[in-house]
Design a protein around this ligand. Structure first.
Ligand SMILES: [Zn+2]
Length: 319
């Protein structure tokens, strides 16, 4: 199986690849791991490998079956999520059971991905157990769960368990950077360290709070321009939310202040705020502000206490 795109967890990846290549991949797999460790990604890859028509290195990601799977519309890949109401209920499991005994529509195999099995109630698990006891031919079940202990021992004993762990922060950063090529690598790397190599959490953190941090940077620049001590303190205290949010806001501040400097020498800039401020602030004040923001950006990369940092920043921005 081709799992080269799956980051870290080398031993698990090797085990699955070896089993798949030798035809010994069991009919029921359980993938456990904390949120963000790649359970769904791995389950999707295994399901694509099940329907792929390439001779080797499955999933090839280019055959018609892989392409349908990648677009989420392969008729032989069924996905349910326990986090969505009723999708892993007893009735739903019974329907899966009936369906699993019907031969595949197009591919050689059918794949059932059951995500969020943490939410599967005992009755539903017992219904699923009946399928595991008399497994249909040409079917693979791939379950994902945060901890295998959430499932009945009888279910656990009939599935092959694979555990996933967070990646090395460096490997996580390299992967996330490929996923989000527009994001500055330094910000991705810092976020990956903050998220202790958890790729899903890194991506989520990077994608969330972007607008909020851009707005906060603008509010801080405005308050700094007005030398409003109280407003500045209130605004910079918002940086305590988390370190990555603070880093991101400082990056926005660096960009904004650099736009102010460019506008002050007559260059065209995209930020209306920067253009406006550059006309109403002396060059001396603007350079001092820019200098202090650059200094703050360097300091936030160290392990500085965020509460102290917010207070310090409000004091040095009052120029
Ligand atoms: Zn393929």
């Amino acid at each position: 199986m081709k799992l080269s795109e799956f980051v870290s967890n080398d031993r698990t990846v090797e085990e699955i690849s070896y089993a798949a290549d030798n035809g010994t991949l069991p009919h029921a797999i359980l993938i456990e791991g904390a949120p963000g460790t790649g359970k769904r990604t791995l389950a999707d890859i295994i399901s694509r490998a099940a329907v792929c028509t390439a001779d080797h290195e499955k999933p090839c990601e280019t055959c018609p079956d892989c392409l349908k799977a990648l677009h989420g519309n392969h008729p032989d890949i069924f996905t349910a999520d326990g986090n969505n109401s009723g999708e892993l209920s007893v009735d739903a499991i019974r329907r899966i059971r009936t369906d699993a005994y019907i031969k595949p529509n197009e591919a050689a195999k059918k794949a059932y991905i059951l995500n969020g099995c943490d939410k599967m109630l005992t009755q539903a698990q017992n219904a699923f157990l009946k399928i595991l006891e008399e497994p249909p031919a040409n079917v693979i079940f791939i379950m994902t769960v945060t901890s295998a202990n959430m499932l009945l021992p009888t279910v656990r004993s009939r599935v092959r368990l694979y555990s996933l762990y967070p990646a090395d922060p460096g490997a996580a950063a390299a992967y996330v950077s490929r996923m989000l090529p527009d994001m500055p690598y330094e910000a991705v790397a810092e976020c990956a360290v903050q998220c202790v190599g958890n790729i899903g959490k890194t991506i989520e953190t990077l994608q969330s709070g972007g607008e909020e941090s851009a707005k906060l940077a603008e509010d801080i620049i405005r308050a700094a321009f007005k030398s409003s001590e109280y407003d500045l303190l209130v605004l910079t205290s918002k940086l305590c939310r988390d370190r990555f949010f603070a880093v991101r806001t400082l990056d926005n501040l660096v960009e904004l202040s650099s736009q102010c400097v460019k506008a002050s020498v007559g260059a065209a800039v995209s930020s209306e705020l920067a253009s406006d401020i550059s006309k109403r602030i002396s060059k001396r004040r603007l350079l001092l502000l820019t200098d202090n923001i650059s200094r703050a950006r360097k300091i936030i990369s160290t392990n500085v206490n965020l509460n102290f940092f917010g207070t310090w920043l409000s004091s040095v921005l009052k120029v």
